[in-house]
Write a protein that binds this ligand. Structure first.
Ligand code: DAK
Length: 257
């Protein structure tokens, strides 16, 4: 499949997706959201893919936000439609994907860009990265899940400060706040993501997908995460991967999932 706004490569069980609109600092327009939807859906349906690494092509930017030039002329209805469509097509898709994803934040992750990183399961950042939700400085609020996911990740008080001040965090501050798991140099960013992915690759994909579902359930209104955990835990016992995992342990060898 050919794309205009992203680069996509599969290698050794990892799907690399690189947002590639360097002249606009990788700002997310509607076309890019659709291409990301296609690439993520394809990776998620491919059993040979064990992890998705999402990054930006521009040394300076992961994604500098939603494309301001595109949404500048929107009215109330367009705004609501795009928020609903975008959340479904990209942000919820990523968060609920059965394949784990790592956001490798290589520069500015602002607005929709930070929202995209927050929809990934794991976030790491290079030391030049800058993160923020500057929407209120433009007269809007975060519309791709940012008001919810930021509070889940850093807590309500810090989320309120970040959103109302429209300020940016350095990579180091983002790590202190719990927004990213690791910080490294720019050169080390993709190797570090690959190192995490290679650990993921050794584990049962079925169990990982069930664990993602159970963790997410705890952050979903009206769903009891503990109940989902019980049911997903039980369903593991029906999987060939459970048999392989436990057999390998007893035979003192590495499991082959
Ligand atoms: N959209 C479109 N173009 C962008 C862009 C963006 N978000 N960010 C940067 N660019 C473009 C610039 O316009 C410039 O293009 P030319 O003018 O050269 O044609 C080019 O990228 C390089 O940018 P700069 O010259 O500004 O580069 P600097 O290094 O000087 O500054 C910067 C880097 C990241 C600090 C600066 O570019 C900047 O402040 N960018 C805007 C950051 C921002 O406010 N992002 C938007 C956050 S609000 C919605 C859902 C969600 C959202 C909106 C609607 N609906 C459901 C409707 C989300 C909104 C946001 O993301």
């Amino acid at each position: 499949m050919s794309y205009e706004n992203i680069l996509n490569e599969n290698k050794d069980g990892i799907c690399y997706i690189t947002i590639n609109r360097p002249k606009q600092l990788n700002a997310l327009n509607g076309a890019t959201i659709l291409e990301l939807n296609k690439a993520i859906t394809k990776a998620n349906n491919d059993n040979s893919i064990r992890c998705i690494i999402l990054t930006g092509s521009e040394a300076k930017a992961f994604v500098a936000g939603a494309d301001i030039k595109e949404f500048a002329a929107f009215d109330k209805k367009d705004g609501e439609n795009l928020a609903r469509q975008g959340q479904k097509l990209l942000f919820d898709l990523l968060e609920n994907a059965t394949t784990p994803s790592i956001a490798a934040i290589n520069g500015f992750a602002l607005g929709g860009g930070l929202e995209l990183a927050m929809a990934c399961h794991i976030r790491i950042a290079s030391d030049n990265a800058k993160m923020g939700l500057p929407e209120v400085s433009l007269g809007v609020i975060p519309g791709y899940g940012g008001t919810q996911r930021l509070a889940h990740l850093v807590g309500k008080g810090k989320a309120m400060e970040m959103i109302t001040t429209a300020g940016m965090l350095s990579a180091e501050e983002a790590q202190q706040w719990g927004l990213v798991n690791h910080v490294c140099s720019q050169d080390e960013l993709i190797p570090m993501a690959e190192k995490i992915a290679s650990k993921i690759k050794h584990n049962s994909p079925k169990a990982i997908s069930k664990a993602i579902k159970a963790v997410n359930a705890g952050f979903t209104d009206g769903i009891n995460g503990f109940e989902v955990e019980i049911s997903e835990f039980g369903s593991c016992f029906e999987t060939p991967e459970f048999i392989e995992g436990t057999t390998a342990f007893m035979e003192k060898r590495k499991a082959n999932f």
